[in-house]
Write a protein that binds this ligand. Structure first.
Ligand code: FES
Length: 385
């Protein structure tokens, strides 16, 4: 082959060696980055295709769905985190967050425990039309409601209401399985005794594990009910758990439970920073929010036009995200409680109502973005997805 003109220059050979070496390093680095990228995606996948391996009837209105991976790999999670189920029901594409009720020290399966919600689109579908062997699409594990040993006290006082027991079930199972040095007192409120989920398991664990105390509290108990009746009050917490200054409180349940229990806990002198509250969806009835403008009737319809897209109609008392999904416009969503920012839309014109404690970033509100899962139209809107 003919010799190149450069080959006669001083230092040609050493420069050539350096170029070759840098090519090898660059391709090795690209391989390493690719490997790291794949590893991160395995730990934090956007989507998982899971199969229902088992269905366990927990109460007349609650079932646990055991989900396994089609390729035997499930990402790890923290006890207390949730999966967002992505599903189409009656032609509506939507999502629902469900806390994982199984323990994280095994990742052969995830359990999600679903309770019938009155007129609930997704819970009705799951409880009545989903069978073993069916496939479901979920997000990777999400959420911040978990024990952090750097911040939280080893003495945990947990208050659950209804299906809000699910993240605690994961925490309790992990503590027992791994023998973690934590003390957990669980107050579990339900309207009726038949509503209690996991009652036998919780009773069994509390009988055999001295660092776990279980206090079911029934609001409307029958006359022959032997256990604790009424609501979870400051007096009850003090009587069972004693001095709670060196405890961290964890709460998960419906809005009514927060409205009642938070002042009770504060009455015990517990500072707000020692109270962790899990998100539990949008407010049950936004028209009862103290800031709701009384002149806007709940059924009043507004039009919402999506820039360069379609126009849908949206009732005042329904979260904007729900109206968009019903109209066939599907912004991404995970938490449906105002936390993850996935469902952000920009309001180009018109006004929405957002509850006072909605966690919106300063930059979002500055540029007109809202979380559509906890925003309600008060006027006709134009939005940008
Ligand atoms: S879905 Fe998470 S903020 Fe709306």
């Amino acid at each position: 082959m003919k010799k190149g003109i450069w080959e006669d220059f001083d230092g040609y050979d050493s420069i050539n060696e350096e170029i070759k070496a840098s090519h090898i390093t660059a391709s090795k680095r690209a391989f390493e980055l690719d490997f790291a990228d794949q590893y991160i995606k395995r730990l934090h996948p956007d989507r998982l295709a899971l199969k229902i391996a088992d269905i366990i009837q927990e109460t007349p209105t609650t079932k646990t769905f055991r989900l396994v991976s089609e390729d035997n790999e499930l990402p790890p999670f923290q006890a207390g985190q949730y999966l967002s189920l992505l599903i189409e029901v009656q032609g509506i594409r939507t999502s629902r967050p469900y806390s994982i009720s199984s323990q994280p020290n095994q990742i052969g399966y995830y359990d999600i425990t679903v309770k019938q919600v009155k007129n609930g689109l997704v819970s009705t579908f799951l409880l009545n039309h989903v069978n073993i062997g069916d496939s479901l699409t979920v997000s990777g594990p999400q959420g911040n409601f978990y024990f952090n040993p750097l911040v939280h006290d080893e003495n945990m006082i947990c208050i659950a209401g209804g299906s809000g027991i699910t993240p605690f079930m994961s925490m309790i199972r992990e503590i027992v399985d791994r023998g973690l040095p934590r003390t957990l007192t669980l107050f579990y409120g339900n309207r009726y005794a038949d509503d209690i989920i996991f009652h036998e398991q919780l009773t069994h664990i509390s009988d055999h594990f001295e660092r776990f105390r279980y206090i079911p509290v029934i609001e409307k108990a029958s006359q022959d009910y032997q256990g604790q009746c009424g609501l979870i009050t400051a007096d009850l917490i003090k009587e069972v758990a004693g001095a709670s200054e060196k405890a961290t409180f964890f709460l998960c349940g419906p809005q009514g439970m927060y409205d009642f229990c938070l002042p009770q806990i504060e009455h015990l002198g517990i500072p707000r920073k020692k109270i962790r509250k899990e998100l539990y969806g949008p407010p049950l009835d936004i028209c009862k929010d103290p800031g709701w403008p009384k002149e806007i009737e709940r059924d009043r319809l507004f039009s919402v036009s999506v820039k360069n897209g379609q126009t849908i109609s949206a009732p005042a008392a329904s979260p904007l995200l729900v109206s968009l999904e019903k109209g066939g416009v599907v912004p991404p969503s995970i938490c449906r409680s105002g936390e993850c920012s996935m469902c952000r839309v920009k309001i180009l014109s018109g006004k929405v109502f957002q509850p006072a404690d909605t966690p919106v970033r300063k930059s979002d509100s500055q540029y007109g973005y809202v979380h559509s899962c906890v925003s309600y139209p008060l006027e006709d809107l134009e939005i940008l997805l």
